[in-house]
Design a protein around this ligand. Sequence first.
Ligand SMILES: [Zn+2]
Length: 350
Amino acid sequence: MDNVKPIKPIKVPKLLIIGVDGGDYQSFLENKPSPEFNCNLMYSFKHPYMVTGAAWSSLYSGILPQNHKVTHTWGVSVPAEGRKNLIESGITTFWQHLNRHGKTVELVNLPLTYPPQALNRFMISGFPVFDHLDPATKITYPDTVRLPDEYMKYLDVVFSETKNLEVTNESAIAWIKILVEEYQSKSTEQCIELLLKYARLKLDALKLNHSNDADLVMVCYMAIDRACHVGLLNSPASVTYLYKEMNKLIMDTIKAVPADNVWVVSDHGSAGIEHRISSVFLHTGKDMRKDCDGKLTLDIIDIAPAIYYLFDLPLPVLIDGLVPYQVFEKSRVEVDQLKLKTALSSLGYI
Ligand SMILES: [Zn+2]
């Protein structure tokens, strides 16, 4: 058999993360994508700016909002108020850390990632994006990334009026007003269908570009948060309907990108139009602990350390989160403890 060439195995990503903006713990516990998922409570930080931009920045970096200082909803710069965007903050995001350690990433529609950053594999920017109808606007790195037809037209939040990266409260409110006006003539189901149609374009973009060379893949869907802003989630029936549809999208994403482990994370929860600090961490896969549904808690700043632990990487020096060992399979924790014991004994401590 020596002359038989081994077939090169297809590389399966070690981790697929599906970001669900505004995904609420309680609603996911009641409507899970599939029984294999363990659904646990993740706390978004308690902070005066407990909003999307600050929360995603903490999730990406493991750094508390008072330290990364990205506090604005839109993730853009408001110098007069001392607010920074993600890039200006200079914090190390998980994709930068993974890249530095030779791991490849594919990122689709992560909030605050405009303009796109150079990295090993690809990035399709998430909201807010400016001048989306200007053909010169680039939202991908590299340029060769392909986008489905209509992708640019249906970006989640866009400011086409100005190239100025400063956004005032007035323009933020104007965005919500446009959204409300657009949706008020439609039924709840029609509005949700529309939001999910836009979300499916993100999955299509991922499918078009996904390769056999990714260690980590992450895609974000904004439909739940947007449904809250236009007041669609005002009855238990509408909440159930949206979560059931979102769960189908989650399962389709897993089918399109099979991975060793799958996590579903949200930046914060939502109750009607209110944001809540109870976000969600759903997990399944070979490295993840089983039979802990509804029993565990972790903090949003623990997600980046969890990624580094899964990939066996050291934590960056500047990080506030801790590895949430409780979500991992016990044997891996034991392996870690054994490693620590060995290291301590080799140093003569024990
Ligand atoms: Zn949000």
